[in-house]
Design a protein. Structure first.
Length: 558
């Protein structure tokens, strides 16, 4: 209940806002800002925090109520505020992470008739999402649909990007979004005044952190207030002129990267978005010639799909899936790629932003590498690579560990950066190495299977295209994925019944992604009439027992 001073005050109720953030994002700072802004603007407010734990960096929620009538008009009385939010009785929710927003909506905190939901489209993956061997991410589009359906008004923007580009923390961006939504009766000047004053240094100047917060605040304010102003203008037009045309949507996506005209002409427009990403990735990875090979390979799959599905009932999804996984496979990670990524200027800027380094600060970055025989052999011709791998195999057979070269390189130093840039410029050596030849041969087998399966039955080709998901990670994980893919191609995709083969391939792929040990895949293979994967020999290393060595008559133990 709220004790007030006048009939108008009695009719009013507090404006309520729930702030949802992850640990370290400044949710508490934002709450303090809002409390100070309310006092500066002459309104009564109360804020409480609700600590909690989620499967990321820890979820924290803050709750604030603001009485919408200035204190000067309450005749000496003060409103009584609630300490906790009430489900369905919130005027607004602001959240820095989309799944966290959906979680609060799922808890009934949002009301379609009352609540304005402001959320970031950015995601911080949960532990269960990260542990999934396949693509365990929650569908962001479905999460956004939940937000839209359970809110009176919604604003979805990429707060993480706005914060990063502004050089500030996400709480400043969240504050700007709240200000732009008009939830509270404060002016923009009230918000900016408090940010500026709380960020002054000892000499009275506005600090750099406050300047960055003001930049983030302004960008979020404009991102939320602009579409609201546009919608209000359109509503005025429609109320005054029934024939007024609707304004274009304010949330349209930015156009995809431009494809070269000769490439764009080869493929339907529906594929240009995914194709442009893959093409750009491979130009960056190895150059225009390598990207042309990507296009040629996709053209084969497209021709097969159009022949098998001339009506387009499948919406070219086989070619789309092939484009996705082919680009990732062709851009396989090796020491050249790692050196390239770690020596880019964009990486230095990202690290500077993450650690909040100032111009006067000294920033040292050390990168740790441990390349082994396979990494060096990958850049050698097949004959030399085989000799290196046989030497390493003999070393391991003798009881020693695999050969490795631990390195610690200071990327901030001239020597370290020159070393990485020199290694990153060995792209010309990559195409002459044994790993490149091996990967291209395996890619060719997969694409042959996709093309042949598509021509036999569209569904079979589609399932085989999605098997590109099996190729992921590095080292033993990557090798195991390729072995599983080849086993599926050789034993499940070549049956006379294409429909049954498609079902078997889908089941095997799901089993391989669900069980890292491979037991589920072997059981699925046998269930569909295929042999289980061959058992791989594992070396046994004998080591001395240090405790037993001290005793008389000590022997070696396994």
């Amino acid at each position: 209940m709220n004790a007030t001073a006048s009939p108008s005050a009695n009719a009013a109720r507090p404006l309520t806002l729930l702030i949802c953030a992850l640990g370290g994002e400044g949710g508490g700072v934002m709450t303090e800002w809002l409390s100070e802004i309310a006092r500066h603007a002459g309104y009564a407010a109360q804020a409480t925090s609700i600590p909690g734990v989620a499967q990321r960096t820890g979820a924290t929620t803050y709750y604030i109520e603001v009485f919408p009538i200035p204190v000067s008009q309450l005749g000496g009385r003060r409103p009584v505020f609630s300490l906790n939010p009430v489900a369905g009785a919130l005027d607004a929710i602001v959240s820095s992470e989309l799944l966290e927003t959906a979680r609060q909506v799922g808890n009934g905190m949002s009301s379609p008739a009352r609540t304005t939901v402001i959320t970031s489209s950015a995601r911080t993956l949960t532990t269960s999402e990260r542990m999934d061997l396949g693509d365990g991410r929650a569908d962001s589009a479905r999460l956004a649909d939940v937000v839209k359906s359970q809110s009176r008004e919604h604003h979805i923007l990429d707060m993480a990007t706005l914060a990063r580009e502004s050089g500030t923390i996400v709480s400043a961006v969240m504050l700007g979004a709240v200000a732009g939504s008009g939830v509270f009766p404060f002016t923009r000047e009230d918000y900016e005044h408090v940010i500026r004053e709380t960020g002054r240094t000892r000499d009275g100047k506005v600090g750099r952190a406050a300047e960055a917060s003001l930049r983030g605040f302004a960008r979020a304010y404009d991102a939320v207030s602009a579409p609201r102003a546009q919608a209000a203008y359109v509503n005025e037009l429609l109320e005054g002129d029934d024939d007024a045309a609707a304004a274009p949507s304010a949330g349209q996506h930015a156009p995809a990267r431009t494809l070269p005209p000769e490439v764009a002409r080869q493929f339907p427009p529906a594929l240009h978005d995914i194709l442009s990403l893959g093409h750009a990735r491979l130009v960056d990875y190895q150059g225009e010639t390598y990207a042309r090979l990507y296009v040629e390979r996709l053209a084969r799959v497209l021709a097969a799909e159009q022949a098998a599905d001339p009506a387009g009932a499948g919406a070219l999804t086989t070619t789309r899936e092939t484009a996705r996984w082919l680009a990732l496979w062709m851009a396989f990670d090796d020491i050249v790629r790692v050196a390239d990524l770690k020596s880019r200027a964009s990486r230095w800027r990202r690290v500077q932003g993450e650690v909040k380094a100032k111009d006067q600060d000294l920033l040292h970055i050390y990168d740790h590498f441990k390349p082994g025989a396979p990494e060096f052999a990958a850049l050698l011709p097949q004959g030399l690579a085989d000799r290196v791998m046989r030497w390493d195999a003999r070393r391991r057979a003798s009881g020693k560990g695999p050969w490795e070269m631990p390195l610690k390189i200071g990327t901030h130093s001239v020597f370290g950066m020159v070393a990485l840039r020199t290694l990153s410029n060995l792209k010309w050596l990559r195409v002459r190495g044994s790993r490149y030849a091996t990967e291209q041969a395996l890619i060719g087998q997969w694409l042959d299977g996709v093309e042949a399966g598509t021509r036999a039955r569209w569904q079979l080709g589609h399932e085989l295209a999605q098997c590109g998901r099996l190729i992921k990670g590095y080292g033993s994980t990557n090798e195991r994925g390729k072995e599983n893919l080849l086993h599926v191609l050789h034993h499940l995709a070549r049956g006379t019944d294409a429909q049954a083969a498609a079902q078997a391939v889908a089941a095997a792929r799901a089993a391989a992604l669900a069980d890292d040990a491979g037991r589920a895949l072997d059981a699925t293979l046998v269930a569909h009439g295929a042999p289980a994967r061959p058992v791989k020999a594992q070396p046994i290393r004998w080591m001395k027992n240090p405790r037993a060595a001290k005793a008389p008559g000590a022997t070696q133990s396994a």
